[in-house]
Design a binder for this molecule. Structure first.
Ligand code: SAH
Length: 364
């Protein structure tokens, strides 16, 4: 395997010398350094969130590829890192990269599920190709009582409603393709994590959730206790959508109250997907590390209204036959009418607001 050396964060890495990441015998995508920078920021907050000094925190990078996450977490945060990958070439490269940086981390070649079943961690990073679903049960078992978890999902097409039956099979929830597809998709992913963890009397409390390019990334705190679990399961509810006139609302309505057409509906987690005070702390850390681009994303997310789901103004324009409006003007108008309204990182032409569909259409 031909290698080249790159610098990411504070670690030097040997990575496959290929044009496209998927061509390498070991996977490395330089573009994803953006997300890894955010992860490093999150890891820096763990000592406060979990009340444990960094050198007592054990972190698993379960699908490690080049070892980049595990190495950065060790070098830039100071936690005890464990890198695992099932690919033997990957494991050789992780060891080479650890030696290159003179960093001591634990390295194993195993199915991630085996490592997760046999050990306990404070923080687990599940960053696979495709869906994280095959790893969720064993991840739930890998926390003693408290912990922190980050998950990537790149199978956004089923989650966002392009393949509703795949979403039903994989996540137990049938998606539909709405104008707020990114938020519905990420909520379906979070729903599945919450329901899986609930089986083990654990709760996954979302702290930061975002969609970017073609993937979702979700961070959450893990806690134990039946009361907490029950409380979270109460945050599930229906969203109903009319594909004829565009009406949508929380709650179950089989026929559209605006036009009478049959709706589509699905049951998902409707609670908070961000923890604003966590994001405030994250912004401080990202600022200290000089991660300006990453800060911008977190800033937008921190200011987003918490209410599910957003309205895409282009969709509203199409459904009402009206001209497209400038998003800033529309937000201003909603606010003048007494509603909360913000932009959302999920979609540049969309608004998050507590206004109902009929108000949104009227003000539009
Ligand atoms: N986290 C890496 C990218 C990981 S790509 C980064 O930030 O760069 C996904 C990796 O998962 C691949 O290296 C693949 O070999 C590994 N993998 C796939 N299935 C696995 C399994 N069941 N157990 C452990 N590793 C697995």
């Amino acid at each position: 395997m031909r290698l080249k050396e790159v610098l990411e964060g504070k670690v030097r890495l040997k990575v496959p010398d290929v044009e496209k990441p998927e061509e390498g015998e070991v996977f490395y995508n330089p573009v994803m350094s953006y997300d890894r920078n955010i992860s490093v920021g999150v890891l820096k907050l763990l000592k406060n969130v979990l009340n444990k000094p960094e050198d007592k925190l054990t972190v698993l990078d379960a699908l490690s590829a080049t070892g980049v996450r595990a190495l950065r977490y060790k070098k830039e945060v100071g936690v005890n890192s464990w890198a695992n990958d099932v690919n033997p070439k990957s494991v050789d490269l992780i060891k080479e990269n650890a030696a290159l940086n003179k960093i001591k981390i634990k390295v194993t070649r195993e199915d991630a599920n085996i490592i997760l079943r046999k050990n306990k961690f404070d923080y687990v990073d599940i960053d696979p190709f495709g869906s994280p679903v095959p790893f969720l049960d064993s991840t739930a078992k890998s926390f003693l009582r408290e912990g922190f978890l980050s998950i990537t999902a790149t199978d956004t097409a089923p989650l966002c409603g392009t393949y509703p039956k795949v979403s039903l099979r994989r996540y137990g929830i049938e998606s539909f393709k709405s104008d707020y597809y990114n938020e519905l998709g990420i909520r379906i992913l979070i729903s599945e994590v919450i329901k899986t963890f609930a089986k083990y009397e654990k709760v996954f409390i979302p702290q930061l959730s975002y969609s970017r390019r073609h993937y979702f990334r979700v961070y959450g705190k893990v806690e134990t206790g039946v009361k907490k679990v029950n409380n979270f399961l109460e945050k599930f509810g229906f969203v109903s959508h009319c594909f004829n006139c565009g009406w949508r609302d929380l709650g179950l309505k089989e026929t559209c109250p605006m036009c009478g057409a049959k709706t589509k509906f699905t049951n998902v987690y409707l609670g908070d997907i961000q923890n604003k005070s966590f994001l405030k702390d994250l912004l401080i850390v990202l600022d200290e590390m000089g991660f300006e681009k990453e800060k911008k994303l977190i800033e937008i997310i921190k200011n987003e209204a918490s209410v599910p789901f957003y309205f895409d103004t282009h969709y509203i324009a199409e459904k009402t036959g009206k001209a497209i409006r400038k998003i800033d003007d529309f937000i201003k108008k909603l606010k003048e009418n007494g509603f909360s309204a913000t932009k959302t990182h999920f979609c540049p032409t969309a608004v998050k607001t507590d206004a109902k569909f009929s108000d949104v259409v009227e003000i539009f």
